[in-house]
Design a protein around this ligand. Structure first.
Ligand code: ADP
Ligand code: MG
Length: 691
């Protein structure tokens, strides 16, 4: 419980300063200016008072209980201050001071000491190297923070790993005239973590929307669990920054190169049901809609407009994002025909015309609220001087009172002249936007949240027909051999032990043996050179495809000569013609499990970069989603008379790969490329496993 942090009855400032431009002074000023309802105890051994409030020599001298203490003193004194807090019975310490983990070296040790002292004395720590918190609740008014934005009261709670980003978001809400509920920026987060804060707000009834900004997740699993738990209760709008560093990194045939460095965080957001944004403005604008409106139950939008062009822009934006603007029922059209001007358009979008007045808007709103195939309402409202726009606002607000379906308004007006109209809408809880795209994107985000909430991820299948013991032994032996990449023999046996289908194969030492092996496999065959030093066999000229009986022995003999220095063996494999080449992979992600990759394989991996990602354990529905999310999906489904591939088996293999790496976490990377896929058969022909 973070009540002592967010609802403190008393706050001490260890390092309270009489100097105006210091953090130890600013926090006290902020608490006073914000109207903090509790008691403030400046701690300063040299001053009698700070900002007119009696100061104490030490926290231990404070006569009453202290819930929360700010620590604003040089880093090396902080562990002692935490100990003093513990002795005093302080429940939470916000350590604003910097000079910890973020500076490395000695800072890391100091932070460890802080954590140790805190545990020993049962003090929870927020920070260090952080801004602090805000609670706008009228009976608390806690501004335990040294920054400057004074938010209005509202229902959006914000946690930002970067204080700078948090401040920008707070400022933007302030400019938009939207209030917030609670705020947190916890810096190094040595104890109280973002997942813990998210959970706390999940239980906070006044928090309707949660905004999360992260740069890196220190405990991705914990984050995912907390977010998952809370996102079904209320929307979490998330933004992850620091994506681009590796974002466009050139793709190598290696799984490691394909997985963008921070793809994992995006996947975690997705898997937890967080509505993800790449743009702060879009996030803030969407938050305004979430804060005021119910979530749409589906993708179908009813549009009301009194002007043409902007409605087209909105419609484009909505439809491109997968929303629909369905036709209205004949019943609805009949009502509209009666109530609107004869020149009005009674289809969806409903054009009430620029001359349409309050009763026309009302009729259109009522119709859309009653239409079962409409989930949300988009109003495109220009304020002409020849109609009573206040009366129109009044009707919109009236209809909105029932909170039956979300209403989003693109309000095209002059903000200086139509203040009353605007004020009515805003006070009535109608999110208003100045551009149709912005309004549309807010509605799209709300619809996306509904989709995320409604989806059924299911549980990952557990295949009991796998031979775990055998797989474990293979890995253990490979470790003994101290090989980074498993031998081709081991790879094929390992895959087979998890019933991941591999092409028929034999490993041989020379040309004579190769012919015997090929006869057992059946013709035509493929011959591949096998040596630890040769990673990309085709680049090295170590692959011969589609060999007939008479070609096998001589081909292998040629390769023997060519690769003599590598002392190779030879891998004889059945030749599979005419299938589609696909790719699957897995890559270990610290603290998380493995990323699973899927895409079009062979040489196309590098050209198309058409890859879908997932996080272990993959469920069937996630695997299906991975298949259908690649751009080349039509190739899998079948295209222009060309046959598709067996997607059910692919889904199963993806899950088997997921189970394999989950059972054997020492596997760093699996690279199945290509997998040859047919309508009724899927076979791996080349695989690499790195441990
Ligand atoms: P590497 O990736 O080391 O170059 P691969 O074993 O993936 O070697 O083979 C390269 C290409 O040869 C594959 O992408 C595929 O087009 C083809 N190929 C390999 N094995 C077979 C096979 N058994 N049947 C048909 N084509 C194959
Ligand atoms: Mg290959």
């Amino acid at each position: 419980m973070l009540d002592a942090l967010y609802k403190p009855k008393s706050v001490a400032i260890i390092g309270a300063s009489t100097k105006e431009f210091s953090i130890g002074n600013r926090i006290i000023k902020n608490l006073l200016d914000f109207g903090f309802k509790g008691l403030i105890y400046p701690i300063n051994p040299k001053a009698d008072e700070v900002r007119g409030i009696r100061a104490y020599n030490s926290i231990l001298d404070v006569p009453n209980e202290v819930d929360l203490a700010h620590v604003v003193i040089p880093n090396k004194f902080v562990p002692q201050a935490v100990e003093d807090c513990g002795k005093k019975g302080v429940k939470v310490a916000i350590i604003n001071s910097a000079g910890f983990k973020e500076i490395g070296g000695e800072g890391i040790l100091l932070e460890e000491q802080v954590v140790e002292k805190a545990r020993e004395h049962s003090v929870r720590v927020f920070g260090p190297n952080c801004q602090g918190i805000i609670n706008t609740s009228p009976d608390i008014r806690a501004y335990c923070n040294f920054t400057f934005t004074k938010p209005e009261e509202g229902c959006i709670s914000i946690v930002a790993q970067s204080g700078g980003v948090g401040e920008v978001v707070n400022q933007r809400f302030s400019e938009l005239g939207v209030g917030i509920r609670m705020y947190a920026s916890n810096g190094n987060a040595c104890d109280i973590s973002i997942p813990e804060i998210i959970r706390y707000w999940g239980d906070d009834e006044e928090t309707r929307v949660i905004v999360v900004h992260v740069e890196n997740l220190s405990d991705p699993k914990e984050f995912m669990e907390a977010a998952k738990e809370v996102a079904v209760k209320k929307p979490i709008l998330g933004m992850k920054t620091g994506r681009t560093k590796e974002g466009a990194k050139a793709v190598s045939s290696h799984t490691g190169g394909l997985a963008k460095v921070d793809i994992a965080t995006e996947l975690i957001f997705q898997k937890s049901g967080i509505v993800t944004f790449r743009d702060q403005e879009e996030l803030c604008q969407a938050a305004v809609a979430f804060a005021n409106q119910p979530v749409p139950k589906g993708k179908r939008v009813g549009v009301i407009t009194n002007t043409g062009g902007p409605a087209i822009i909105a419609a484009d934006e909505l439809v491109e994002a997968g929303l629909e603007i369905p036709p209205l029922s004949s019943h609805a059209k009949k009502i509209l025909k009666e109530k609107l001007y004869s020149a009005a358009s009674i289809n969806n979008p409903i054009d009430v015309l620029a001359t349409g007045g309050a009763e026309h808007f009302r009729a259109a709103l009522d119709v859309l609220m009653d239409e079962p195939q409409i989930d949300s309402i988009f109003i495109n409202f220009v304020t002409p001087f020849f109609v009573d726009t206040d009366a129109i606002s009044h009707e919109i607000v009236e209809v909105n009172k029932a909170q039956k379906k979300p209403i989003i308004c693109n309000l095209m007006t002059d903000k200086r002249q139509w203040t009353k109209t605007i004020g009515m809408l805003k006070n009535g809880g109608i999110p208003c936007y100045s551009l149709p795209e912005t309004a549309a994107r807010a509605l799209i985000a709300m619809t996306r949240y509904n989709d995320l909430k409604a989806r059924k991820i299911g549980k990952a299948a557990i295949f009991n027909d796998v031979d775990r013991e055998k797989a474990r032994n293979i890995i253990q032996q490979a470790k003994k051999e101290a090989r980074e990449f498993l031998s081709v023999e081991k790879v094929n046996n390992l895959l087979a032990s998890y019933k991941i289908p591999v092409a028929k194969w034999r490993l041989v030492n020379n040309g004579v043996e190769s012919l015997k092996a090929a006869r057992m496999i059946g013709f035509p065959v493929v011959v591949k050179v096998d040596a630890e030093s040769i990673v990309h066999k085709s680049d090295a000229g170590g692959i011969a495809l589609n060999l007939k009986e008479k070609e096998v022995e001589s081909t292998v003999k040629d390769m023997e000569k060519k690769f003599a220095p590598e002392k190779p063996r030879f891998f004889v494999q059945e030749f599979l013609s005419g299938g589609k080449e696909l790719f699957m992979g897995a890559k270990a992600e610290e603290g998380l499990g493995h990323l699973i990759l899927f895409g079009i394989g062979g040489i196309y991996v590098e050209i198309l970069k058409d890859v879908a990602f997932g996080i272990t354990p993959i469920t069937a529905s996630e695997a299906k989603e991975m298949l259908s999310s690649i751009k080349s999906y039509p190739l899998l489904a079948g295209f222009r008379g060309e046959k598709g591939v067996d997607q059910n088996i692919l889904v199963e293999i993806l899950q088997r790969v997921s189970q394999l790496v989950t059972d054997l976490p020492t596997i760093q990377e699996i690279d199945l490329n290509p997998i040859i896929a047919y309508e009724d058969r899927i076979v791996v022909v080349d695989a690499r496993i790195r441990i």
